[in-house]
Design a protein around this ligand. Structure first.
Ligand code: TXA
Ligand code: MG
Length: 330
């Protein structure tokens, strides 16, 4: 199959909306990572998404909406969930809520709940508006591999397996959305750390969300309830080793990915030294993380040594979560 990369023009959006209505797949840009989208209400199209990614059927998809009105047709809302949506949408927060009959079981891996978010990326929003229907979309990478933050990453991973990629430039946040289980208002819990920090969620809720790795008792399928909780995920093919401080002496065939750019002298003449951020800002590190891992994995390095973010607070939590999973052999 030939994969076409289309720019954001009204004509192309109409073409893509038409393709989606016919059950085809389209990779779309979002502010977090690129997603592999299909019509959320089309079970057969959802099945194709799992097939194209090589994703286990037990790992449910996120449904993306253009409006709150659309979100109301897909899930059963409570006041706390509405407050969170009001504060963070459009944006990188995903809410898990009881689903309605509009959502096929294929999209949610047979769970009675659905994960919903309203993306902020203008190109994604334009497509959702043209289509006037919700889109199910997991990240647009082969299952388990590094998430895509450019259309080139999508092409590298899924080219030849999907008909269309909608071009939307580099993803601004660079990390997936934060996922909250919002089904029980007094027990809002974090399912995946992401682009919205726990601190900001706590401010909105008036208290910190629960952080539990134990699935809610009513759900049998642990793997499916624990999103992105598979230990090994986001992984390059090249071996990754995590460090608080990368040892000074590493072989020249290994790459060192520092959190922050080091002093001039240290960097000079060391073609195997890279960094996530120039000044140390977590937002910059988050934005660059997957792109750096893609670039290093495309090289011929024997091993990639990565320096962790200095703290597990703010975006440091999500960055270090992704790094731990990328390095996991399990
Ligand atoms: O930023 C993002 O969230 C990106 C963009 C494209 O929106 N999407 C993304 O999707 O990261 P994906 O498939 O890579 O991760 C979605 C996670 C899955 O690991 C899945 O387990 C979880 O969301 N999820 C989906 N539906 C769920 C549900 N009903 N209950 C619990 N977790 C759910
Ligand atoms: Mg993913």
């Amino acid at each position: 199959m030939h994969t076409r990369v289309l720019r954001n023009t009204p004509r192309n959006l109409a073409t893509l909306a038409h393709a989606l209505r016919r059950g085809q797949l389209v990779a779309v840009p979002s502010e977090t990572v690129y997603g592999l989208a299909c019509l959320a209400t089309d079970a057969a199209a959802c099945e194709q998404v799992f097939a194209a990614k090589g994703r286990p059927r037990t790992d449910p998809l996120i449904v993306h909406v253009h409006s709150m009105a659309q979100a109301r047709t897909l899930a059963v809302w409570n006041d706390t969930a509405q407050r969170l949506a009001k504060r963070f949408w459009p944006g990188p927060l995903t809410l898990v809520l009881p689903k309605t009959e509009l959502v096929p079981d294929m999209a949610t891996a047979d769970l009675p709940s659905v994960a919903i978010r309203m993306p902020a990326h203008p190109v994604f929003r334009a497509l959702l508006k043209t289509l006037n229907a919700p889109l199910a979309a997991p990240s647009a990478n082969p299952f388990g591999y590094i998430s895509p933050t450019t259309s080139e990453h999508v092409k590298k991973g899924l080219g030849g397996r999907i008909p269309y990629i909608l071009e939307g430039g580099d993803c601004e946040r660079g990390l997936e959305s934060t996922i909250l289980d919002a089904r029980t208002p007094e027990r809002i819990s974090l399912l995946r750390a992401g682009a919205i920090t726990l601190e900001n969620i706590a401010k909105c809720l008036g208290h910190a969300p629960l952080r539990t790795t134990t699935p809610p008792p009513q759900e049998k399928d642990v793997a499916a309830v624990a999103p992105g909780m598979l230990t090994k995920h986001y992984s390059p093919r090249t071996a990754i080793e995590l460090h608080e401080t990368i040892p000074a002496e590493i072989p020249p065939t290994d790459a060192a990915l520092y959190f922050q750019r080091r002093g001039e002298a240290e960097g000079k003449g060391s073609p195997n030294q890279f960094y996530l951020t120039e000044q140390g800002a977590l937002e910059h590190a988050a934005r660059n993380l997957f792109a750096r891992l893609h670039a290093l994995d495309d090289g011929t390095w024997t091993r990639i040594h990565v320096e962790m973010a200095p703290c597990d607070t703010g975006l440091g939590l999500a960055i270090n979560d992704r790094l731990r999973r990328a390095a996991s052999r399990g």
